[in-house]
Every structure is written in C-alpha cells, then in structure tokens.
Design a protein around this ligand. Structure first.
Ligand code: NDP
Length: 480
C-alpha cells in the first residue's frame, strides 16, 4: 500500500499531460490524478493546432472558388462570415474538450479543475484548497505567447486572442517571422484581411531551409501579404475614435511617447512607427513574437527544480528534473515544441517510470509542417546545415503545379532533397506545395529509415502528382 494519495499527479491537461495520465492509469494500472486550471485539451486543441487548422481550411475557400471558375463552374465567392465560422469553431472545440474529459474519466484518472502548485517533491497544493500527495509529479503546463517589452504592447493581441475576436479586423500588422506569424499572415489574408508583416531578420522562417523560405516569402507576397523584413515596431498608440460607430467616446488624442491606459480598448486604429521610419495605422496588431514556458509561481525553483532563461524546466533524456520525483514533458521543457513530440515524451515517461523500461525520446529527424499557403513540409537537415556537416548533393526542382497553372495562377512549388555525397543518405527533404504537410509525413518515414537517394530513385512515380518529382530528380542541381 502506497504512502501517497496517488502514484502520479499530472499538472496540465494538454496533449502531453492527458496522454501520460491516461496511459499510466489505463495501461500501467497506476492511481493517477490530473489538474487543469483552464480547458482540457491545452494549447493544441483549444488555442493552437486544431482551431488554427480549421481557420486554414476556412481561408482556402476563396482561392478554391476562384479556381473553380477556371474549371468551368459558374460560382463566385460571397463574403466570409466570421461570426458564423467562429460559432461552428466553438461548438467543435467544446466537443473536443468533452472527448478529452471522457478519455480521462474512462481511464480512471481523477481530475481537478484547479490550478496546481508544487509544495514539496511529493505534494501538490490546489487552488480549491486541497492538498494531495503523489509518488511522482509530472509537469505538463505548456507555454503561452509573449508580447515584446515595449510601451503600449498591451494594445496588440496574441495568437490566443485570434479565436475570440468579435469580428475580423480590416487590416492587421503581424509582428514576427516564425511559425505562428507566417501561418496567421496567410490565414487572415485568405479571409480577406489586409495583412502587413514585420520581421526583424533578413528572411522569414529563420532556421528552415533557405531556398524553401525564399519561395514561401515570394508566394506570400504574391498573394498580397505586405512583408517588411529587417523591420520591427518602435512604438504604437491608439488613435482617437473617428466616432462613426455608436456614441462618440471622448478620448484624448495621443501620440508617440505617451502611455496608454491598460484597460482602454476604445478608439480608432493603432498607429505604428516602424524601425524603417514609416508610420501606418492598423485595425489590429498581432504579436507572434515567441512563447514562454508556464512555470511562474508553481513553487518549482523553491524545491530545487532548475529553470532555463525562458522559464523552461530543465530535464534529462528521460524528462526527469533535478528533483527525482518530478518529471516534465512538452512545451514547458522547450525542447521541440510540437504536439506529437509532447505525446511521445508522455509515453516515454510512463514507460520509464511505470513499466520499468527506461526510454529516452528520440528528438532526431522529426517531420513537421508550417501551414502557410503554400504549405511547407520539412524533415532533416537544411541545405545550409548539411553542407556545414559534410559534402552534399542537392536535388531541387521548382515548377508551376498543374492544378493552379490550369487556373492561370503563377504559384510555384518546390521539391528538394539534400543528399550525403559519401553515404548517399537523404539528409533532408523540403517540400513547399499545397498538401506538403501530408506529403512530408510519408517522406519522413523513408528519411527516418535512412533511405538513400537511390532508394528514392527506384521507387516508381505516382503520376500525375506534384510529389512524383521527389523520385524523378536525376541530376544534382548543385554540390557543396
Ligand atoms: P517562433 O520562435 O517560431 O517565432 C518567433 C518570432 O518572433 C521569430 O521570428 C522571432 O524573430 C520574432 N521575435 C522574437 N522576439 C521579438 C521581438 N522582441 N521583436 C520582434 N520580433 C521578435 O515562435 P512562434 O511563437 O511562432 O511559435 C512557437 C513554437 O510553436 C514554434 O517554434 C513551434 O515549435 C510551435 N508551432 C508549431 C506549429 C506547427 O507545427 N505548424 C504552428 C505554430 C507553432 P527571430 O527569428 O529574429 O528570433
């Protein structure tokens, strides 16, 4: 008989925490509890991947209808109705949250709708006033978007807020050049919002293959997104209300250099001064400037858990912290911040702690997708990283795909393989194309298995598809 209330207490009901709790209780037979202070499902289900992907689908219909006309359909796009879409979206998110709760209950996990704090290596204090003990504690509290430190930053929204907008803005400035910035630039552009994007570096999507980044930026610009690289916000303030909507709210005209009251959402567009010197008004500003781990006021450092500069929990290969009874998985550890990785980390934790089979998570060759338009699917090394490592051959082709070329569109796609000159192994595969997320999952299997360029070559093409080019590139485009 255990001296503790539970074998495992999980803090955080997102993808990683829920999976670990379910598997520990349902398959390993542990007595498990889980606390979640917000909605079950976490970032991915409630304010990330799932609602984002549904918005990606919504935003693609304008193009589809336009293309349909070239294919002989007598159709034209009407207006996008945000309220109607977000109603359906919220219903779907409620359903999914219910599924998560049911899965936990069905596995015998006790749930607490409360905020949890660690009091000592085996004790958790809940905002309900309860205190519970557990042999092991698993922290899976994820992360949250952060605004840059600047005057009036509260005037800008973050990605969590997008799904709750009462209406879509007519114009938006998106600050940042990462996954979230680029995905929302494409989504909002597709929904008819005038999108301007400021990125402080030389090219968006830093860290990804340069050629792929270049094509995505070109395609985004081609679709009407006004990308300003080497540009950041210097200052912003809310302009006075023009007064056409409802009773005029008397507010002081403000200007650069002034402080906005924290709670004042009245007024007209947000006036932004850029590092380039330009001044422009936007209905909304979205900060997509990175995320921070959720470890504030959790009592972790006090009991010896070490945190990194971004608040992330430092763990070893088995997700164990410096305090042996406390483990952490998912975005709160800021390793590879992707849902399927958090789930893997949760499964490996259960295998290690409850099944007596120490299992580190393999963080190499993780395929992933950026849901820009066109999509970007990628696995393995970029050309730049590979050529720093060893001599390589690059096989690359860029072309206008049949589907949109027929509709008279200039859109291009890119298929690229980075190959080791010595071992012939495919070190990296990068695809920019509609559906690239689906394609890279398949290519990822081959690359993970260590497939060589010759393995790709002896695979017969599926015709006519875009991805057949991945097995028909005969001669290297360049060597390095
Ligand atoms: P990223 O780290 O990808 O991007 C942050 C961006 O903000 C970078 O372009 C960064 O510039 C810029 N930035 C940071 N600080 C400032 C500042 N003070 N002023 C101006 N710009 C700034 O973070 P995201 O929030 O976009 O995404 C977080 C993570 O979530 C991703 O890394 C990914 O793991 C995950 N994610 C995955 C998705 C997917 O799989 N499709 C979708 C969305 C998120 P710089 O490059 O110069 O540092």
């Amino acid at each position: 008989m255990s001296d503790f209330d539970y074998d495992l207490f999980v803090i955080g009901g997102g993808s990683g925490g829920v999976r670990a709790a379910r598997v520990a209780a349902g398959e390993a037979g542990a007595k498990v509890a889980l606390a979640e202070e917000d909605r079950y499902g976490g970032t991915c289900v409630i304010r990330g991947c799932v609602p984002k992907k549904l918005m990606v689908f919504a935003s693609g219909y304008g193009d589809t209808i336009e293309e349909a006309a070239h294919y002989g359909w007598d159709v034209s796009a009407g207006d996008f109705n945000w309220q109607s879409f977000s109603g359906h979206l919220n219903t779907e998110l409620d359903r999914l949250e219910g599924v998560y709760r049911k899965l936990l209950a069905g596995s015998g996990v006790t749930t607490y709708d409360a905020r949890a704090r660690v009091a000592d290596p085996h004790t958790v204090e809940l905002s309900t006033g309860d205190t519970v003990t557990a042999k092991h504690i698993l922290v899976a509290t994820g992360g949250r978007p952060v605004r840059p430190e600047m005057k009036n930053a509260h005037l800008g929204i973050v990605s969590d807020d997008i799904f709750h907008l009462p209406e879509l803005p007519k114009s938006i400035l998106i600050v940042g050049g990462g996954y979230i910035a680029c995905e929302f630039a494409c989504i909002l552009n597709g929904l008819g919002v005038e999108v301007t994007q400021y990125y402080r570096g030389a090219q968006i999507l830093r860290g990804f293959d340069e050629e792929a980044r270049g094509l995505i930026a070109e395609e985004m610009s081609q679709k009407g997104i006004d990308i300003h690289t080497g540009t950041n916000i210097v200052e912003m303030y809310r302009t006075p209300d023009a007064g056409q909507d409802g009773p005029a709210m008397p507010i002081e005209p403000r200007q650069f250099g002034g402080d906005e009251p924290e709670d004042d959402a009245r007024g007209g567009p947000i006036r932004v001064k850029a590092t380039s010197g330009g001044v422009q008004d936007f209905d909304a500003v979205l900060f997509a400037t990175g995320r921070r781990s959720n470890t504030d006021d959790m009592g972790l450092e006090e009991i010896g858990v070490t945190l990194g500069r971004n608040g992330q929990i430092e763990v070893d290969a088995y997700s164990q912290t410096k305090v042996p009874s406390i483990y952490a998985i998912g975005d709160v550890t800021d390793r590879v911040n992707l849902t399927p990785v958090a789930i893997r980390e949760g499964m490996a934790f259960v295998e290690t702690v409850f099944n007596g089979n120490p299992t580190p998570v393999d963080h190499t060759l993780i395929p992933s997708a950026v849901f820009t338009q066109p999509e970007f699917g990628t696995v393995g090394l970029t050309e730049e990283a590979a050529r720093d490592q060893e001599p390589i051959e690059v096989y690359c082709t860029s072309f206008r795909p049949m589907h949109t070329a027929f509709a008279g569109k200039p859109a291009r796609v890119l298929m690229k393989l980075v190959v080791s000159a010595a071992t012939r192994k495919v070190l990296g595969c990068h695809i920019v194309a509609p559906g690239a997320g689906e394609m890279i999952q398949m290519a990822g299997v081959a690359v993970k298995m260590g497939a060589t360029k010759e393995d790709f070559d002896r695979t017969v093409a599926v015709h006519p598809t875009m991805s057949e080019e991945i097995v028909t590139m005969r001669n290297p485009t360049r060597t390095a």
